[in-house]
Ligand binder design. Structure first.
Ligand code: HEC
Length: 215
């Protein structure tokens, strides 16, 4: 606990260097929080308070990702400046892995329902965010780039710039968002959480692309 706080404080010191990546995401979080404020909260002050909180935590999560990469880089004796990206080992499918959901065929409705439930679950993160904090509620589908219109696997800027992955499957993208913006451990490979969230995101991808979907 206090070790985590220490780490966070130490890494917050690096934030100025992170600004190029952090700024657009902060704008995204602020946008989401502003939407929530408009929808449910009549007090502007109360509506805006969580923005700075989310922004700080998000920024620190980016710094944590960088710090971990740097620690690994140091362990391998690399120059400090080269260790910009996170390790892809924890977000990439393990060798020989076969997921329990499909990116090409329909997934069972229970899996989608469970995935939707987890999408709103703030307990998945260590910073109070849920997937919906950044990607919207009730089918808003915000915070994605145009690359999300292509079926999985495909190229995603955050996965390539932060983790050096040229393209990602849906489950790998869930892991990227777990580790980076959600500041959490990756979900268990083959576990029901990752499987359901990935299946749900495959349907969201179809909805985002304007295709028929089961949501
Ligand atoms: C703090 C904000 C934030 C949170 C929280 C977050 N994400 Fe993301 N997510 C992003 C950003 C930013 C991108 C766009 C990355 C890009 O295109 O470079 C993204 C992209 C994605 C994409 C796909 C983009 C594509 O083109 O394929 C998926 C799928 C996704 N997120 C799923 C999730 C899931 C599932 C969760 C919760 C476990 C989650 N995200 C939580 C910020 C967030």
């Amino acid at each position: 606990m206090s070790q985590h706080d220490d780490k966070r404080r130490r890494l917050l010191g690096r934030l100025s260097r992170q600004f190029a990546y952090t700024a657009p995401v902060l704008a995204l979080v602020a946008g989401g929080a502003a939407l929530q404020a408009t929808a449910g909260n009549t007090s502007t002050e109360a509506g805006f308070a969580p923005v700075s909180e989310a922004a700080l935590l998000l920024a620190s999560s980016n710094a944590v990702a960088e710090g971990e990469a740097e620690a690994e880089g140091e362990a391998e004796g690399e120059a400090e400046g080269e260790a910009e990206a996170g390790s892809s080992a924890e977000v990439r499918r393990p060798d020989g892995y076969t997921p329990d959901y499909s990116e090409t065929d329909e997934n069972p409705q229970e899996l989608l329902a469970r995935g939707e439930e987890l999408y709103y679950d703030t307990s998945l993160s260590t910073n109070g965010l849920s997937c919906a904090s950044c990607h919207g509620s009730d089918g808003d589908d915000v915070g994605y780039k145009a690359t999300f219109e292509q079926p999985f696997p495909h190229q995603v800027a955050m996965a390539s710039s932060q983790f050096g992955m040229p393209e990602v499957h849906a489950d790998e993208m869930v892991q990227v968002c777990m580790v980076a913006p959600m500041a959490a451990e990756p979900l268990e490979w083959g576990g029901e959480k990752l499987t359901s969230l990935a299946a749900y995101m495959v349907e969201v991808q179809k909805r985002f692309a304007g295709e028929p979907h089961d949501l």
